[in-house]
Design a binder for this molecule. Sequence first.
Ligand SMILES: Cc1cc2nc3c(=O)[nH]c(=O)nc-3n(C[C@H](O)[C@H](O)[C@H](O)COP(=O)(O)O)c2cc1C
Length: 350
Amino acid sequence: MSGFLRNLGVRLPLIQAPMAGGPDSPALAAAVSEAGGLGSLGCAYLTPEQLEQAIAATRALTPAPFAINLFVRSDPPDDAGAMARVAAALEPLRRELKLTEQPAPAKPLPGFDAQLEVVLRLKPRVLSFTFGLLAPHQLAALRAAGIATVGTATTLEEGEALQRLGVDAICAQGSEAGGHRGTFLGDPYDALTGTLTLTRQLVTRLRVPIIAAGGIMDTAGIRAVLHLGAFAAQLGTAFMLCPEAGTHPAHRAALKSAAARTTVVTRAFSGRAARGIKNRFSELFGDRAQQIAPATFPQHQALTAELRSAAAAQNRPDLMQLWCGQNAVMLRELPARELVGALIDGLVSI
Ligand SMILES: Cc1cc2nc3c(=O)[nH]c(=O)nc-3n(C[C@H](O)[C@H](O)[C@H](O)COP(=O)(O)O)c2cc1C
């Protein structure tokens, strides 16, 4: 049993990954935490009020600890040239989805400082974060509030930076992982190290305890990363078909289809590299030939928002954002408690 989990009173070396934007939910996080793992809530897109409600809703379902997850952002200024380029590329798709010619004004993302203030006030037991480093004074404030911190690394260099910062644990996000790449130092396409390699690099080179994430879907996968020296496995895609998850019905159908066998890392949806099911939209924007350069995150995400939600409402998987890891083939559709039971079957709680 690792010190990190023991301090929290978490029995199983299993973390349900934060999945902002719909797939995770208070019901899912609470069910996983009740079953002995550590549930997470991806709260990056929530306003301070919504974040407060999400924490309250989860606490109403379980007294067990859970993690809140945020994006550490420093947004570049909006770029008018990029906006015109992206708008022109989206125009034929907007027409296809029968959207008005004039896109609805984009909603800005809630500010990180205001989100962190809620976390410090409501004191969930764990704050995990991705896309960057907290400032030292923010980390000190979390520590003073008794909140354990988990940073996300996609390279050894990022792991070293998180260790210097002084986090309590590091999530090694292998390239198999679904959703946004956490990369914050250098080009995300140079940071596609697999889970096995990255976990082993961080375990052997760092003193901070390591969580492994990316493509882990069953007991054998969990056992493998524990064997590599990680103290817990973090699984996202594996939980996306649970009835407690907020995964959109069309996204569920795509995860169960043969299309989920082919995933790509693409900047097409948000402007940040993320892994999802390859479709028509994922191939529109990016860095390859035939692709149009996206705007940066979060400007690009705001520019595509209306189209993405219309595609979901109209059940158009060819234009939807379908985040998914490389191992959806192994998905099981079970209630979260049963899934946790199946995932840790035969694993001694350590
Ligand atoms: C739909 C989806 C949304 C995600 N959102 C977040 C997020 O908000 N914050 C975060 O740190 N990681 C996020 N991730 C990445 C997960 O934390 C984790 O790295 C990944 O799910 C592990 O790979 P797997 O999906 O193959 O299990 C997301 C992943 C998915 C699939």
